[in-house]
Design a protein. Structure first.
Lengths: 195, 203
């Protein structure tokens, strides 16, 4: 008898540099995170000394036959092409944005424009560094990025519970959408007839 | 609460359909829905929606896909506008509460409804926070937390809004075991998500 095949699904963590993606992946993973950070050499060097050029990668083992793979994508819009590969088998995406940085906002806009056109997974934005002077509010970010019905949640990316909360939010959003897709035009998705 | 049921079905299913409702407090109401909008001007659609919320008798009839489409009133904007000024009568309050009590525990989807014109965003955020904290929410329990009648009405408006717009769905916790047998296809996606959510919660 064959052993049941392991199911693997992805959660994508993206957004401009220096927004907290690597930390979020590490907080949500129970395996060693593979982080491909190098010394920043371009304009990113003004923001932080190390940046991710490949992928942050972590695994959350759900049970014996299900794993969630977390991918933290590089924080520059020039890597948008990677979405086409990463989106296969993905459940949802979290965009993190540095609320204090105009550059972050401009880069997020480019990344999200591409995402909105090509990917269309359930998505939630996390607005980090809200405690710093000059931080844009979640509402200002939503307006500047023209986010429509996408939620923007204030987030301290250093706090594990807050990272958990934003991931739970996007997964619950995906769950509600999936339940509705399954229900289709069913008359009794709520089980009221049996009640 | 057939009115709520048919509204949800038309909106979530993106149906081209005619809703007929028979509220107790007004004449029969007819509303046409196409895709993701109601047919008609907001001034016309919104009062009819308000009447449909509490209609005990309602039905849905499919319309041809190429029927008249203009003008249109988007689902979220129309339902929010209707909910903003909806105050249930004592009988409607009782009926809405009884209907909510029949529903299983729910998962809640977060959407920026305040950006779409919802005046009472706080009860919705509270409902979502409780779901995040506890894994799911039983609507009857959440409504029972109302401090007074005014608070109960706010919660009932939130419930009706979330139900119609598909922002709540039956929680899938009970299907976690079943999901292992379902595989990862479309039909098993909800169960997979439910298992992952349980795991993340336990981190």
């Amino acid at each position: 008898m064959n052993a049941p095949r392991k199911q693997i699904f992805k959660l994508l963590i993206t957004g401009p540099v220096n927004a907290g993606k690597t930390t979020l992946v590490s907080h949500l993973s129970d395996s060693q995170v593979a982080a491909t950070d190098v010394a920043a050499t371009d304009e990113v060097a003004r923001l932080k000394s190390m940046t991710t050029v490949g992928l942050d990668f972590g695994i959350l083992r759900v049970d014996d036959d299900l794993e969630l793979h977390l991918f933290g994508t590089p924080g520059q819009a020039r890597f948008n092409f990677m979405w086409d590969i990463l989106a296969k088998g993905a459940l949802a995406a979290v965009f993190l944005i540095d609320s204090t940085s105009e550059e972050s906002l401009a880069e997020a806009r480019k990344m999200y424009d591409y995402y909105r056109e090509k990917v269309r997974l359930p998505v939630v934005f996390g607005a980090t560094k809200q405690d710093l002077p000059g931080a844009l509010s979640p509402e200002e970010i939503a307006e500047r990025l023209d986010l429509g019905d996408v939620p923007v949640i204030p987030l301290d990316a250093r706090v594990k519970e807050e990272n958990k909360a934003i991931v739970l939010t996007v997964l619950e959003n995906a769950l509600v959408e999936a339940v509705e897709e399954d229900a289709g035009e069913a008359d009794d998705e709520w089980g009221l007839a049996a009640g | 609460m057939q009115g709520l049921m048919v509204l949800r079905k038309a909106i979530v299913g993106r149906m081209d359909a005619r809703l007929r409702a028979a509220p107790e407090t007004s004449d029969a109401v007819v509303l046409d829905h196409a895709g993701s909008a109601f047919i008609g001007a907001a001034a016309d659609v919104v009062p009819r929606l308000r009447a449909v919320f509490t209609a005990e008798q309602a039905s849905l009839h499919l319309l041809p896909k190429d029927g008249p489409r203009e003008p249109q009133c988007g689902n979220a904007g129309a339902v929010i506008a209707a909910i903003n000024d909806f105050t249930p009568t004592p009988a409607q309050r009782k009926a809405l509460r009884a209907f909510a009590a029949r529903l299983p525990s729910v998962a809640v989807k977060l959407a920026p409804l305040h950006r779409m014109g919802l005046r009472e965003f706080a009860p919705y955020v509270d409902l979502h926070r409780r779901m995040l904290r506890d894994g799911e929410v039983t609507l009857a329990d959440w409504l029972a937390l109302a401090a007074d009648e005014h608070d109960l009405d706010r919660r009932l408006r939130t419930f009706a809004l979330c139900f119609c717009l598909g922002l709540i769905a039956p929680a899938k916790k009970q299907d976690a075991q079943q999901g292992r047998a379902d595989g990862g296809g479309k039909s098993g996606r909800a169960s997979v998500l439910a298992r992952i959510i349980q795991r993340v919660r336990g981190l």
